[in-house]
Design a binder for this molecule. Structure first.
Ligand SMILES: Nc1nc2c(ncn2[C@@H]2O[C@H](COP(=O)(O)OP(=O)(O)OP(=O)(O)O)[C@@H](O)[C@H]2O)c(=O)[nH]1
Ligand SMILES: [Zn+2]
Length: 214
């Protein structure tokens, strides 16, 4: 069993190298409101006009919710595990996912598929925890590749499974609404660990189940 995620008070890093995530981090509502107000002014808007008067407070509250994953320790989601003597694939598909690209703070959204093969003891976790894990890592400023591997690595740490596969399919609004303007283009990322990486037949089974899910 790996050690639980320990927080490094000085560096704000978790022991497993998860950058910038600290359970001590708190959301500063007043600061967020002031920043939104400044942004409106910088854009040439009048934050005192009626329609915008409550906007800084609303936006700050929205960000608090949208970045909720910054304030939770990932391993706590998987704190509860149980032995079910199930040694074959467990796969949760089409988990809705909403995140923010850290480059433009614009949403990217789509679905995640998360699967693992439990270890010899059959250690599993509640199915909802797989979706909670996706939520936790997506509700942060992110890049899709990191989101995908963070979910996989959290499962490796806490369940010590024989294999893990995480696939994320998402559309990035920073590529649709602006910039290169390619709405509808989708990015697929995968993170595969253990047996699902080394065994072609195990991986093929998982991918077939992910592909043929509809
Ligand atoms: N690899 C990766 N890139 C991303 C992700 N989200 C956004 N990006 C990209 O991050 C890049 C940032 O590029 P920059 O050149 O610094 O920013 P920019 O001038 O706004 O780039 P454009 O979007 O091309 O206009 C863009 O190519 C985005 O498409 C992600 O999750 N993963
Ligand atoms: Zn972006």
């Amino acid at each position: 069993m790996t050690e639980p995620n320990q927080l490094d008070a000085d560096a704000g890093l978790t022991r497993n190298g998860e950058a910038g995530v600290s359970a001590r981090r708190v959301f500063d509502q007043a600061r967020a409101e002031a920043a939104v107000r400044e942004l409106l002014i910088a854009c040439g808007e009048d934050p005192e006009r009626e329609g915008l008067r409550e906007t800084p407070a609303r936006v700050a509250r929205a960000y608090r919710e949208l970045f909720a994953g910054l304030y939770t320790d990932a391993d706590s989601v998987l704190a509860k595990t149980f032995d079910e003597s199930h040694e074959e694939l467990v796969l949760l598909t089409d988990i809705p996912m909403f995140s923010f690209c850290e480059h433009h703070l614009l949403p990217f959204h789509g679905v995640a598929h998360v699967g693992y093969i439990p270890n010899e003891a059959g250690r599993v976790t509640g199915l909802s925890k797989l979706a909670r894990l996706v939520d936790l890592y997506s509700k942060r400023p992110q890049v899709q590749e990191r989101l995908t591997s963070q979910v996989a690595d959290a499962l490796v740490r806490r369940l010590e499974p024989r294999g893990v596969i995480v696939v994320v399919e998402a559309e990035h609004l920073c590529m649709g609404m602006r910039g290169v303007r390619k709405p509808g283009s989708r990015t697929t990322t995968s993170a595969v660990r253990g047996l699902l990486r080394t065994s072609a037949s195990s991986r093929a089974e998982a991918i077939e189940l992910i592909r043929g899910r509809r």
